[in-house]
Design a protein. Structure first.
Length: 325
């Protein structure tokens, strides 16, 4: 089988296609013929050596995929050969085949969804859901400000926020990309590269500010969000695509009674098993309703994984980019 391999850390050009033997599923595992793998910003960071998870070299990047079960290991009873599934492992998905422990299979591919959509669902959906529901406790009627709303986790947060009955204001870096975010249900969008979003948010909320901020961008965007938040607002810290985390001033947090809430959608499940159980219960239901159905702006063949990563770095993707095998 062909696999995209990272043998040394660096920019996306370090990736190479390598022929490898098809793995065999061990006890409690299945072998999936991967048909598509979703790109995530953490893939770029992992290949560069700048992510919190540091796999041993050489490794196959990619943390989410969809495909067809082709073989089953001893003791697997819930899945059968031929099932179409969405699965994730950390890492190993940028390949034609991978084995997954049963616990790494997220769900069946929803009826009517392409493999590309399935491969683009899980990471963004978990991040948006864990952030807005478990951590942020977003309520119907509240106002939600989503930054980086043109990206994978940002667009999922817009879609879920709308579904939960929030009023969603979204920011992003291009008017063209933000038009798609409005199509996904955002009530208002602001281009933060041309406009200071704080006065616009204040005007849209009658001077009050927003109840919840979802921030995958960091840098000055989170810093300014302190001013865009309502008294008692919740700031959800998701990531730092801007390249820098934010040093927030504790006096500002005190004065506005803000809650600054860290979000680690994957890691949290290791400490609280009810979190993955909730994903397993809710996601088939939400997907059947079309909630968080991915918008896939780019589909590239496996051998163009480096180009797909550059598209993310160059901010060309809207929603998700996917590799197809
Ligand atoms: N906490 C968690 O559990 C968790 C889980 C998954 C991902 N994450 C984090 O969430 C963030 C987003 O991940 P993603 O996979 O959704 O990424 P993505 O699809 O690339 O989206 C990120 C968005 O950030 C914006 N952005 C602003 N400044 C940027 C810059 N200098 N370079 C690139 N993009 C920039 C871009 O929108 P504009 O061009 O419109 O500004 C882009 O659409 C990452 O930091 C990732 O590590 C966190």
């Amino acid at each position: 089988m062909r696999a995209m391999v990272c043998e040394e850390l660096g920019d996306p050009s370090v990736l190479k296609i390598v022929e490898q033997p098809v793995p065999r599923p061990g006890p409690g595992e299945v072998l999936v013929r991967i048909r598509a793998a979703g790109l995530n910003f953490p893939d770029v960071l992992t290949v560069a050596g700048g992510y919190q998870h540091k796999p041993e070299l050489p490794f196959v990047p990619g943390i989410e995929a969809s495909g067809e079960i082709e073989a089953i290991g001893d003791g697997v009873t819930d899945w059968k050969i031929g099932d179409h599934v969405i699965a994730g492992k950390r890492p190993g998905c940028f390949a034609e085949y991978a084995t997954f422990a049963v616990s790494q299979i997220g769900m069946r591919l929803p009826v009517g969804w392409s493999f590309a959509e399935g491969a683009a669902f899980q990471v963004a959906a978990r991040t948006a859901y864990h952030a807005l529901v478990h951590r942020g406790q977003l309520k119907k009627g509240e106002t939600l400000l989503v930054h980086g709303a043109t990206g994978g986790v940002g667009l999922a947060a817009v879609q879920l926020g709308v579904h939960l009955g929030a009023r969603v204001i979204a920011t992003g870096g291009s008017d063209e990309k933000l038009a798609i975010v409005r199509d996904q249900g955002a009530e208002a969008t602001i281009n933060y590269t041309t406009t200071d979003f704080v006065p616009v948010v204040k005007e849209l909320t009658g001077g009050r500010g927003v109840d919840v901020v979802f921030d995958p961008v960091g840098g000055d965007i989170l810093e300014k969000s302190v001013r865009a938040a309502a008294f008692g607002g919740r700031l959800l810290v998701i990531g730092f695509t801007s390249g820098s985390p934010t040093a927030l001033r504790s006096n500002h947090i005190l004065i506005k009674c803000l809650s600054v809430i860290g979000v680690r959608a994957g890691e949290a499940g290791k400490y609280d098993k009810s979190i993955p159980e909730d994903y397993a219960r809710q996601f088939p239901r939400l997907a059947a309703l079309g909630v968080m159905r991915p918008h896939v702006s780019h589909r590239l063949p496996l051998e163009r994984a480096a180009d797909a990563m550059r598209l993310l770095l160059d901010r060309k993707v809207v929603g998700k980019a996917v590799l197809e095998m």
